[in-house]
Design a protein around this ligand. Structure first.
Ligand code: NAI
Length: 327
């Protein structure tokens, strides 16, 4: 049988953690033949550490055959030791009266420390997914704080936006969501993201030609996907945790095990593709194979799409400028 791999998860006692850990431990993320050791990080606060203990008791009680070990940590320097995968879920939420700059600064502190810890103690090939918001900028900060690790191994989660877009399209067309191929989401994980179905197909047929309604695209589809998180908070009274955890599983599974040519969306550091400045943590369509992602290149960007991409890029550059002095 395979040697266990180490999976670190931060914010492990939070909402997303509760929807995520059991699926990682059951083999849904890295395969039903891959044992895992969970290295769970929470803030040192007694309440959070106690909650983490409770989650660990439940993980034990599932008797998952693939769960080869569970550790509780309060310090990223021990939580990330030798870790092969790191899911950075914990972040500072916006509190009452908190300005955007305060939020960026609080998270810059967290993700600088976690990037440095990964740099110091993680596996040299650790694959990092940042879920905690602002996800793209937090991933950028962690990447910049870990100069000895490959920059390409730092990614941000755009997969929830991708899955939300696929589901809206399937409902519009009346097709199975699994039959949609070649969907892309560009940019920031925020309402400015640009979900782009111009290249998408359903059973080989063009989604754009089938829908054939630019007004629906611009005035219904994009706002619905962009504001989906807020709609769920309004309905549920709590933020989307199960669907976010599901997207994190999808992201890591596809990265590790491959997509068989299927396009998925990942937030990754640009190397200049599609005119995005280098190092900007940007949502791109990718395919994955052999543990590596590859950007889908050569797609034509029309005027409407360029306008959308410019807008989400400007927002991201604003965030990244806002934390530059803290790095
Ligand atoms: P939550 O508040 O239920 O849980 C967050 C947990 O992280 C808490 O237990 C907290 O103690 C912990 N935490 C905070 N700072 C930490 C640190 N420095 N180290 C370790 N743990 C820390 O929040 P929830 O619902 O689980 O969401 C987590 C994050 O994911 C939020 O930032 C949320 O905005 C983001 N999110 C991102 C999505 C995406 O698509 N990228 C989708 C949905 C949520």
């Amino acid at each position: 049988s395979k040697k266990p791999v180490r999976v670190a998860v931060t914010g492990a006692a939070g909402q997303i953690g509760y929807a995520l850990l059991f699926r990682i431990a059951s083999g849904e993320m890295l395969g039903k033949d891959q044992p895992v050791i969970l290295q769970l990080l929470e803030i040192p606060d007694e309440k959070a550490q106690n909650a983490l203990k409770g989650v660990i008791m439940e993980l034990e009680d599932c008797a998952f055959p693939l769960l080869a070990g569970i550790e509780a940590h309060a310090d990223p320097m021990t939580a990330f030791k030798d870790t092969d995968y790191a899911l950075l879920v914990g972040a500072r939420p916006r509190g009452p009266g908190m300005e955007r700059a305060d939020l960026l600064a609080a998270n810059a502190q967290i993700f600088t420390a976690q990037g440095k810890a990964l740099n110091a103690v993680a596996s040299r090939n650790v694959r990092v997914l940042v879920v905690g918001n602002p996800a793209n900028t937090n991933a950028y900060i962690a990447m910049k704080s870990a100069p000895d690790l490959p920059a390409k191994n730092f990614t941000a989660m755009l997969r929830l936006d991708h899955n939300r877009a696929a589901s809206q399209i399937a409902a519009k067309i009346g097709c199975a969501v699994g039959d949609i191929e070649k969907l892309a989401v560009w940019g920031n994980h925020s309402p400015t993201m640009y979900a782009d179905y111009r290249f998408a197909t359903v059973n080989g047929k063009s989604v754009k030609d089938t829908i054939n309604d630019h007004d629906w695209n611009a005035n219904t589809f994009l706002p619905t996907v962009g504001k989906r998180g807020a709609a769920i908070i309004a309905a549920r009274g709590l933020s989307s945790a199960a669907s976010a955890a599901n997207a994190a599983i999808d992201h890591m599974r596809d990265w590790a095990l491959g997509t068989n040519g299927k396009w998925v969306t990942m937030g990754i550091p640009s190397k200049g593709e599609y005119g995005i400045p280098a190092d900007v943590m940007f949502g791109y369509p990718v395919t994955c194979e052999g543990g590596e992602y590859k950007i889908v290149e050569g797609l034509e960007i029309d005027a409407f799409s360029q306008e959308c991409i410019n807008k989400t890029l400007a927002e991201l550059q604003g965030e990244q400028d806002g934390v530059k002095h803290l790095l």
